[in-house]
Design a binder for this molecule. Sequence first.
Ligand code: SF4
Ligand code: ZN
Length: 477
Amino acid sequence: MSIWRAIMKKPRTAVRSCRQKQASGHEGREKQVLSSSQVKPSTPDGLARRQKEVVLRASVSPYHLFRDTAEVTVFRENLLSWYDREKRDLPWRRRAEGEVDPDRRAYAEVANAAGPGQCIPGGGEPALGWPGLLFSRPAAAGGSPEDQADFWIPLCQATGVVDGNVVRVLCRVRAIGADSGSTFVSQQLWSLAQQLVDPARPGDFNQAAMELGATVCTPQHPRCSQCPVQSMCRAHQRVEREQLVASQSLPGSPDVEECAPSAGQCQLCAPPTEPWDQTLGVANFPRKASRRPPREECSATCVLEQPRALGGARILLVQRPKSGLLAGLWEFPSVTVEPSGQCQREALLRELQSWAGPLPATHLQHLGQVVHTFSHIKLTYQVYGLALEGQIPVTITPPGARWLTREEFHAAAVSTAMKKVFRVYEGQRPGTCKGSKRSQVSAPSTQRKPSPGQQVLDSFFRPHHPTDVSSLNSMAQ
Ligand code: SF4
Ligand code: ZN
């Protein structure tokens, strides 16, 4: 693909044209860092555009921006010193490096990288050049592509470039999870690129950003440990936080900066329908609007409660495997089942027993269902509840399981789906208002006659119905 085609179309409101900049005799570039807009309202059109930009930026949390010029400076320095050490020996770079004049050097890069004739549809219009300059080619210019390079006119210097690699780097560095193909996100990315580009070395900076995306911050297997901007990468910080939450901090969550929009839903975060996918890591960013419908899966899950445990009622949570969907998160004991519902009670009972020992199968009640959509899976939870009667002191639990009080559960790092499941359980407990709106209870499916397997299980459990806690806990150890 032509380099010129690969460079993303710049949204009209993202960056003002250099002609505008020159005409307005504006303040220096450094002052643009963290400014709310790069467009001066010199005309009614400009005013409307600026007002629109202010409204758009008002909905962006500072979490997705660079805090101050010091942070921007560190980013530039880290990226450029890495680039100076690591850049690949590409043919157009060799030719460009022979040029002493930085402008001619930029032209050489353009001529060798793509050929100037490819990049400006309709001669005479300003277009974004490869190394970070804006160019215009007079429509009358002719000759070979390399000759044409001499006719290119630089309109101004130091323009940040956004191509596919830079989209990926910026979305990760600033944890932008909203659809990267949307106009709004595109505007923010151009604005970020413009803030970051080094006015002293714009061409090198833009190539460095592209190089980082091509060689380190790659789509599938980013090498974060070798990344020069890792210390300021929010995607990397987010991965570390999620791992900490999954592995240690139940209940509670670590004190790491998160997006906190002043009002409503942040326009640069992923929508709530597309929560964090543990399996993707930093590759949760960037995110394209999903085109394929999510895969459908079904799971049976059970809130297992000891209502009269010492110190108050407790519910069982277990930790998911270290890989796969929601890796390492805590949940009610669950099993993946056929959507048809075949054998789900039996499978769920086996799972419960593996954590808590023999249980009174007849007490296992189907309460309703919860549908939760992850990034690529639509998961229907069949919600069951089982309350163990009797005074059951909670002592030792098997590794990967915990009995929590309600307060601990609500403070714990459990998924939104599990919170929904618990609301169904709470809505169906004896003595509560069944079917309240808040609990999002779906009516239980028609009570099925116990299958032969179920009857066997029931009869197996009946004689062993625990009357005190020791049976449960001794078997659970
Ligand atoms: Fe990309 Fe990782 Fe570097 Fe962040 S730390 S910019 S995700 S390579
Ligand atoms: Zn956000």
